[in-house]
Design a protein around this ligand. Structure first.
Ligand SMILES: [Zn+2]
Length: 204
């Protein structure tokens, strides 16, 4: 197998990328000058060194952007450590890119929790797929007044909403879900700021 074919195999595993797109990426890199491709390779090699996962919300963050993480570095990300972010409200999202979209929209000022996936509709061993144990631990926080579930508008997103609601029964915090005024299949990741703002205003 050529290096180009091996690279295409890797790109094919990226979210939302099919075989044809994967090959286009490889041809794109082949056509670039050596400095561009070297910089691309260098950044790839450094990515994991710069990044760690927050112990509180489980999102990835760069401790010192552009530099390697240190053994003595902090475990908690800038959002979790931010004293201005509302501790009384927690938004649960599927993945990091959803969190990023909500954060950029500027319409939410609370804390976050990255569940790490959605719950498959036909699956009995759910805890394998999502951080439900960690979420329940977090939900014990007596200062927490509301937990907002912000999953995609899809059958799997709805199923995850239903499952997490069930698991959070009996906790003090009120559990709400984002407003469903959006069209079916909408993902937070691709929603514009106004859509996110409205979904938040219309949560129930
Ligand atoms: Zn965090």
């Amino acid at each position: 197998m050529s290096i180009g074919d091996k690279l295409a195999e890797i790109f094919k595993q990226f979210p939302g990328i099919g075989e044809r797109q994967a090959k286009r990426f490889v041809y794109f890199l082949m056509a670039k000058n050596p400095a561009y491709v070297e910089e691309f390779g260098r950044l790839l090699a450094e990515l994991k060194k710069e990044t760690r996962r927050c112990k509180k919300c489980f999102r990835f963050f760069a401790e010192n952007p552009g530099r390697s993480i240190s053994a003595a570095g902090r475990d908690i990300c800038d959002i979790c450590a931010d004293p201005n972010a509302d501790e009384g409200i927690l938004m649960v999202v599927e993945k990091d890119s959803d969190l990023e979209s909500v954060r950029k929209s500027g319409s939410y000022a609370g804390k976050y929790f990255v569940l790490g996936g959605l719950v498959p509709i036909v699956e009995k061993e759910t805890p394998k797929f999502v951080r439900i144990k960690e979420l329940k631990e977090r939900a014990k926080d007596p200062g927490l007044g509301e937990i907002i579930l912000a999953f995609p508008l899809s059958p799997q997103g709805d199923h995850t909403d239903f499952y997490v609601r069930g698991e959070l029964k009996g906790f003090k915090a009120k559990v709400t879900s984002l407003g469903r005024g959006l069209s079916t299949g909408t993902e937070l990741e691709y929603s514009d700021d106004d859509t996110i703002k409205n979904a938040l205003l219309n949560r129930q």
